[in-house]
Write a protein that binds this ligand. Structure first.
Ligand code: SF4
Length: 81
């Protein structure tokens, strides 16, 4: 299980989440930030820092943004991080 960054981050990329992540598993992509699900330790620190409520636990991602679970995993796989 991991936290997932969803649609509201697109074009925002506030970076507050990245600053509080204890394991540095949040990465900057062209359009949004991404969480490597294999590195995330489920601490929840990032969730409250996001000013646009883009971060959710994998089990709590709103229905319309479910594709972002795979998008985060795929982005980190493609970029080998
Ligand atoms: Fe990092 Fe914790 Fe957020 Fe996972 S839940 S991305 S470990 S701050």
């Amino acid at each position: 299980m991991a936290y997932v960054i969803t649609e509201p981050c697109i074009g925002v990329k506030d970076m507050s989440c990245q600053m509080v992540c204890p394991v540095s598993c949040i990465y900057e992509g062209e359009d949004q930030l991404y969480i490597n699900p294999d590195e995330c330790i489920d601490c929840a620190a990032c969730e409250v820092e996001c000013p646009v409520t883009a971060i959710f636990h994998e089990e709590s991602v709103p229905e319309q943004w479910h594709a972002y679970i795979e998008k985060n995993r795929e982005w980190t796989r493609v970029h080998a991080i």
